[in-house]
Ligand binder design. Sequence first.
Ligand code: B12
Ligand code: SF4
Ligand code: SF4
Length: 316
Amino acid sequence: MKELRDEIEAIALKEGFDRFGVSSAIPSEESLTFYSHWLQEGFHADMEYMATHLPLKGDLDTLLPGVRSVLAFSLPYFQESDRPETEGKIARYALGKDYHKVIRKKLGKVVQHLEGRFPGERHRICVDSAPTLDRVFAHQAGLGWFGKNTLLINSRTGSYFFIGLILTTLDLEPSEPSLGGCGTCQKCIEACPTGAIVLLGDRWAVDSRLCLSYLTIEHRGEFEDSVDLYGWLYGCDVCQEVCPFNQPRESQPERRPTTTVEEFLVHKQFPTLLELAQLPEDRWDELTQGSPIRRAKVEGLRRNARRVARGSAPGS
Ligand code: B12
Ligand code: SF4
Ligand code: SF4
C-alpha cells in the first residue's frame, strides 16, 4: 500500500497537485442529512440538479458499480489578477483554462498507471460536475476541514484549491480525516457582501440565492432590480480573500501558494465592461473557448457586465 501511495503521489505532484489521500466510498451520515436539510431550505436556488442528485449522493455504486475507495486530489489555483477592478472582478478560479478539462487530463495519468498495475479493476474520474460530495470525500481523505465559509481549508495552504476525485474498485486503506477549525473567527461571515453565509442548525451554510458566485454563474434570466453584484463580473472570492488561512506570513509562508499549473496561468484578456455589456455572439464564442466563464452563456455575461456597470444604484 505504501508503495502504491508513493507511486500515485509521484504522478500527482508532477501534475501540479499538492496533496492526495484516500477515503472509503461511503460519505458520512451527517453530511447526507445536512445536504437534504440544505435542499429543504431552498438554498440550492434554481440549481435543480442538486435536488435530482440527492439519491445518488449517498450511493457511489450508481456511478461505478463495485466502487470501494475514493482517491481525492487537491490542485492549487491561486494567482493574482491583473484585470482592473473597475472593469468587473473575475474570481481567480476562472482566470485560466477550464479546470474540469485540466483536472480530468491530469487524473487520466493516474488512472493509466492504475490500469497498468491492476488489470481487471475499474476507475472513474469525477471533477465537480458528477453527483458526488467532493468536499466530504476530500475531508475524509485528509485534504482539509470545513471552514465557516463552507470551503475546505487546509491548515498549511488555505482554500484556493480544486478537488478532483477518482472512484475505484480497489479496496485501499483510508487516510485519517483532517482535523482543524475556524475557532472564534467570523471574518468571512462579516465580509460577505450579501450575507449569504448563514447558520443552518449548528453549521454554517451558503444560501445560493444570495451568493454572488451563484448569481453571476448559475442564475439564468434577468436579475431582480435590487441585486447588486458588488463589482463581481464572474464568481466571487471575498470569503476566501479575508480568510486568515489564505494569508501568508513569515511563520506560514506556504499559505495560498501560487499555482504552477500552466493551463491556469495562461489566460485571455477580457474586454472592458462596456464592450462586454454588448458582446457580439461570435466574439463571446472566441473569447470563452476553453474557459469556465463560458458557463454563464453570452446572455449571462452581458447581463453581469450591465449590472456591474450600473453599480449599486437600482433603477439607474
Ligand atoms: C453547488 C456548488 C456551489 C454553489 C453552492 C456552494 C455551497 N457552499 O454549497 C455555488 C454556486 C454558490 C458555489 C460557489 C463556489 N464554489 Co462551488 N461547488 C458546488 C458543488 C457542485 C456542490 C456543493 C454542495 O454539495 N453544496 C451543498 C452544501 C450542503 O454543502 P456544504 O455547505 O459544503 O455542506 C457540507 C458539509 O457541511 C458536510 N457536513 C455536514 N455535516 C457534517 C458533519 C461533520 C462532522 C462533517 C465532518 C461534515 C459535515 O457535508 C455537507 C454536504 O456535503 C461542488 C462540487 C461537488 N460536486 O461537490 C463545488 C465546489 C464546492 N465549489 C468550489 C468552488 C471553488 C467554488 C467557489 C470558490 C467559486 C468562486 N470563486 O466563485 C465558490 C465558493 C462559495 C462558497 N463560499 O461556497 C470547489 C471548492 C473547493 C474547496 N476548497 O472547498 C468545489 C468543491 C468544486 C471542486 N471540485 O473543486 N458552488
Ligand atoms: S462567494 Fe461571495 S457572495 Fe458567496 S458566500 Fe462567499 S463572499 Fe458571500
Ligand atoms: S474567514 Fe475565519 S471563519 Fe471564515 S473560513 Fe476563514 S477562518 Fe473560518
